[in-house]
Design a protein around this ligand. Sequence first.
Ligand code: IPE
Ligand code: IPE
Ligand code: MG
Length: 222
Amino acid sequence: MKIPKHIAIIMDGNGRWAKAKGLARTEGHREGARSVEVITKYANELGVKYLTLYAFSTENWARPKTEILALMTLLEETLDKFLNNPDKDIKVIFSSSRKKLPKKVLTKMEQVEKESAKNKGLILNLAINYGSRQEILEAVLKLQEKGLKPTKANFEKCLYNNLPDPDLIIRTSGEQRLSNFLLWQAAYSEFYFTKTLWPDFREKAFLDAIKDFSARQRRFGA
Ligand code: IPE
Ligand code: IPE
Ligand code: MG
């Protein structure tokens, strides 16, 4: 089986998972956070080098205040887990617009980044307050400020992180769209859509996606 070097996931369907069980949306987010832990650990075991997880989009600020608050609290709790019980393997980085995020969350993000910086295993890239259009606009500004020539290499140095492009992009919950995720980086990514809702997306579902990817032939236009 070919293991993709970089997998990116649009973690969708927490709300529908909760609704189907007669629970509050927050409960879906809580179970979704559990999937984050399971999939991160498993991806590292499988030898995936980069895992990018779309956790909160720049458009998600349009949700009800109570849901945003619950998501931010959950985020803090997840970051606390990394801090209190650090995985010696996983290096955490962020693809985030620093605007709008609560100070408390930003401080924790910086702490996690710093404390895991030397780890040599999986690089977990958390896209929190991420929007690809915003990222591209910010990169254009940086390019200009630095007086760099607008080449592909220079432009990519100005993105939030300069990782290899995702080989495989997974979206759960049956929706088939990018929702402002990695518009630049997805130019030659393989897409995998599954009806499985994110809180139900565990080892077997992840392996199925990788198996599907394994059987594909990539041509990159050649
Ligand atoms: C994904 O689940 C989590 C975030 C976008 C923060 P949703 O909250 O979008 O769940 P659905 O799509 O309403 O089911
Ligand atoms: C995309 O899911 C964003 C994240 C998974 C963080 P949404 O649920 O926000 O996307 P739409 O609104 O269905 O396109
Ligand atoms: Mg959704």
